[in-house]
Design a protein around this ligand. Structure first.
Ligand code: GLN
Length: 547
């Protein structure tokens, strides 16, 4: 049966609660325990799939096809444990389940209330798979005091109360602001935040305090006294130059020891941190630097492409180089020649995206990469744009385009080289979708197999011809155009097992040009860089040596 660690935040948002949870997960693993991490989000969207990346950052997709919060990406990158649909829940999902049950008559005529019906639904969610792992880490989104968060805080209070004593602990993340004028770290906001927590019946066992510098002994004691935690359970979380230093930094501060102490696990198994030491060493001692242009749409908010940025870092770790990504708004290339912008980059990446805006610019970026022999990685929409570019400029189909843009514009303007897929095979079952289905969750989502062509570049990169990757899209490249495109050197080197859906294309006479219909970035880890990112960065490193 799992032990539970509930992670809450106070004072301000964006303190790195997800990162602290993920790093703690990695540290518990380093001591030989199994872990699973979960995110409970108080917002009312049923899932983050329909939220704009500008609002909420990237949507992370699990193998079993759930569109989840980007924190699940952190969890996976630090622990290597593949997230599941049941690792992420929102108020919207909880309420929708409760209301569905109410309509079905499951509550037998009772008045439906936040306590107990909503809180029971939350507790049921927390319990899923509790017998499968040593530790379950549940992060509550938002900060204590938020109106939306209350049912979640109440649910975890009840949950801990119902479990045997000592099976649940609470970890609270806060901020210690530094006041320049007095040269002091201030503990008052943390005291207030803990007071707020205690007023709803939750007493933290561990305080993780974000601060610019170390916590002086005096402040530590004050925090311990006023917040009712042990002094060695006050953990400093200082700013780090790389997030992948977090496991080692938290270990030095004694976080994992404090957690094991709170559970009275003694003697504590010794940790093996060699994996993280190696990752840190590679990050801090690179042998060079490569510049990668990311030509996308959501370039103002880096979190919109979180997993891509991380996967590039992982590619750098594998090749012992620092990868410097630079975000370029694709729309610029609709007005201006891409050459002056893209010259000087060692590689170009066109990421996924939705909608027509910026796509002509992405097509021009793909053309630049193809004709100038610059390494190119096209992901999802980035692959579709590379195919359209080749269709227009090599296969004599000047009106080639994607049905997605015609649907959006309500006009038929393009030859649909990329078309709306309405029926496909998942495992042994057929999946059908209509154009009129709800927007949420109607895509080809989650893990699908692909078969790689013997002797292709991707087969060499993967070292395998059978792969499984995660998808999130509605549109597909039409195999109807395969012959015309392959005749011009754009090879369909990865296909769905039934041979109907192109999964990977590559340009034959090019140093490195690969487009993939799936999202390889979602499966990359610092200690196990994804083969495509590893090799893409290797190709970029080669270019950097030539110039
Ligand atoms: N908009 C495209 C589609 O739905 C690509 C999606 C993506 O890049 N994730 O097929």
């Amino acid at each position: 049966m799992a032990r539970f660690i509930f992670i809450t935040g106070g004072v301000v948002s964006s303190l790195g609660k997800g990162l602290a949870s993920a790093a703690l997960g990695a540290l518990l693993q380093a001591r030989g325990f199994t872990v699973r991490l979960r995110k409970l989000d108080p917002y009312l969207n049923v899932d983050p799939g329909t939220m704009s990346p500008f609002e909420h950052g990237e949507v992370f997709v699990t193998d079993d096809g759930a569109e989840t919060d980007l924190d699940l990406g952190h969890y996976e990158r630090f622990t290597g444990v593949a997230a599941r649909a049941t690792d992420s829940v929102s108020s919207g999902r909880i309420y929708s389940n409760v209301l569905e049950k109410e309509r079905r008559g499951d509550y037998l005529g009772k008045t439906i209330q936040v306590i107990p019906h909503v809180t029971n639904e939350i507790k049921d969610f927390i319990r899923i798979g509790e017998d499968e792992t040593d530790f379950m880490l549940c992060e509550i989104g938002g900060t204590v005091g938020d109106i939306e968060g209350l049912p979640f805080f109440e649910a975890i209070r009840q949950f801990a109360q119902e479990k045997p004593r000592g099976d649940c602990i609470f970890m609270h993340l806060t901020l210690l602001p530094f006041i320049k004028a007095s040269g002091e770290l201030k503990t008052k906001p943390t005291q207030h935040s803990v007071k707020e927590l205690r007023s709803i019946g939750l007493a933290p066992d561990i305080l993780v305090c974000r601060s610019e510098g170390p916590i002086p002994e005096k402040e530590r004691e004050k925090l311990a006294l006023f917040c009712n935690v042990r002094p060695d359970a006050v953990i400093a979380a200082q700013d780090l130059s790389s997030i992948y230093d977090a496991p080692l930094a938290y270990h030095r501060e004694g976080l994992d020891q404090a957690v094991l102490d709170a559970f009275r696990i003694s003697p504590a198994p010794r940790p093996d941190l060699s994996v993280w030491e190696d990752v840190s060493d590679r990050i801090h001692n690179p042998e060079g630097e490569v510049r990668v242009a990311i030509v996308g749409k959501y370039t103002q908010l880096e979190d919109a492409y979180k997993s891509i940025a991380e996967a590039l870092t992982h590619g750098g770790i594998a090749n012992r180089v620092k990868v410097r990504p630079e975000w370029i708004d694709a729309e610029i290339f609709e007005r201006e020649d891409p050459a002056p912008y893209l010259e000087g980059f060692h590689a170009i990446l066109v990421p996924g995206g939705f909608g027509e805006r910026g796509t002509e610019g992405k097509i021009r970026a793909a053309e630049f990469a193809r004709t100038r022999q610059v390494p190119y990685l096209g992901i999802c929409l980035g692959m579709q744009m590379a195919v359209i570019e080749a269709a227009r400029n090599l296969a004599d189909l000047p009106t080639a385009g994607s049905e997605e843009f015609d649907h959006e514009a309500g006009a038929k303007r393009f030859e649909p080289v990329v078309y709306h897929l309405k029926e496909w095979v998942k495992g042994n079952a057929k999946v059908t979708r209509k154009k009129t289905d709800d927007k949420g969750g109607t895509m080809r989502l989650g893990a699908y197999d692909a078969v790689l062509k013997e002797g292709s570049r991707v087969a060499e990169v993967y070292g395998n011809t059978a792969i499984e990757e995660r998808h999130r899209h509605r549109y597909e490249v039409d195999i109807k155009y395969r012959e015309a495109l392959e005749g011009q050197g754009l090879v369909f080197s990865g296909m769905s097992p039934d041979g109907r859906l192109p999964e990977i294309v590559e340009v034959k006479d090019h140093p490195w040009f690969i487009g993939v219909q799936f999202h390889p970035e979602l499966k990359s880890k610092p200690f196990a860089p994804h083969p495509l990112f590893r090799d893409f960065v290797r190709a970029a490193k080669e270019v950097s040596r030539l110039v």
